[in-house]
Design a protein around this ligand. Sequence first.
Ligand code: GRG
Length: 303
Amino acid sequence: MQSIKKMKLKLKKIAKDTNQFLKNFMNKQNNSKLILPMKYGLFPGGKKIRSKVLIDIGSLLSIDYKSLITIGAAIECIHAYSLIHDDLPCMDNDKMRRGKPSTHIKFGESTAVLAGNSLLTMAFEILSDSSLKVSEKIKIRLIKKLSESSGHLGIAGGQYLDLSYEKKKKSKNKIIEMEIKKTGKLFSFCCAAPAIIKNKDKKEIKFFENIGSDIGLLFQIADDLIDFKGDSKKVGKKTGKDQKKGKATLINLLGYAKAVKYCDKIIFNVNNSLLKYGPNSKNIKETLNYILDRDKWNKIINF
Ligand code: GRG
């Protein structure tokens, strides 16, 4: 219980620092009619779990906190963009997000599409900005990796698969491939970015990318479990949608208990493979435990 309290305090600090960075960054830009819907989708924002994973992996490789907050801000822009577009009627058609009306409900569909697009490009403005103190060569490598994670082989491609698998019976491997693209690729970037900054070789960068895929898969299964059993008022968005829509999820395929067991296996494997990076590996351990914490879940679902 104590560790959950500590974790929440850490997330709160990351959220405060990231939001402050994003507000300063946007305030320096000229005003436009899209700023308001962009801010609506970005703030007060969600849990900042991707930034926490980035900071945890950054702590294994001694990356400075300020650079990690800057990169995390870019990641949160892509994430907010994906949520705005995910809620659109042509995608998952959700009216509520983060406990308030979705961006298209508040501002209209066309504005939500454009605000999402603007957040996507802002992510790359942030990574290429002079406030990120890494070499130009590293910046280009970060931008390349984040664009690959977001495009047709990453989030967008995963979302395509997710929509096209509705009401179809899909194999475990197909579902895992879709979830790793839709959710895992952004976590892969969170884990690879510190290794890119430290100029690690291809093999080590791939190692961290794989860790990120596993964490993303864990996160997606946990999110699906919340949809399966959660109370929409406590979760801040509609639940029970996956079953209604006939979504291809590991829970629908394997059942609740086996899906939870699968998550436990991922947590064990990730923790084990990061032990060699020393005592700071406790940071990612606490994040993984938080993602699947039974006590926290008891409050939102009947775990
Ligand atoms: C963004 C490149 C790009 C493409 C758009 C719509 C779309 C294509 C992709 C949707 C991807 C998506 C929404 C995946 C679900 C990921 C997920 C579990 C989101 C919930 O994340 P939390 O719980 O949200 O971290 P908070 O609100 O806490 O930030």
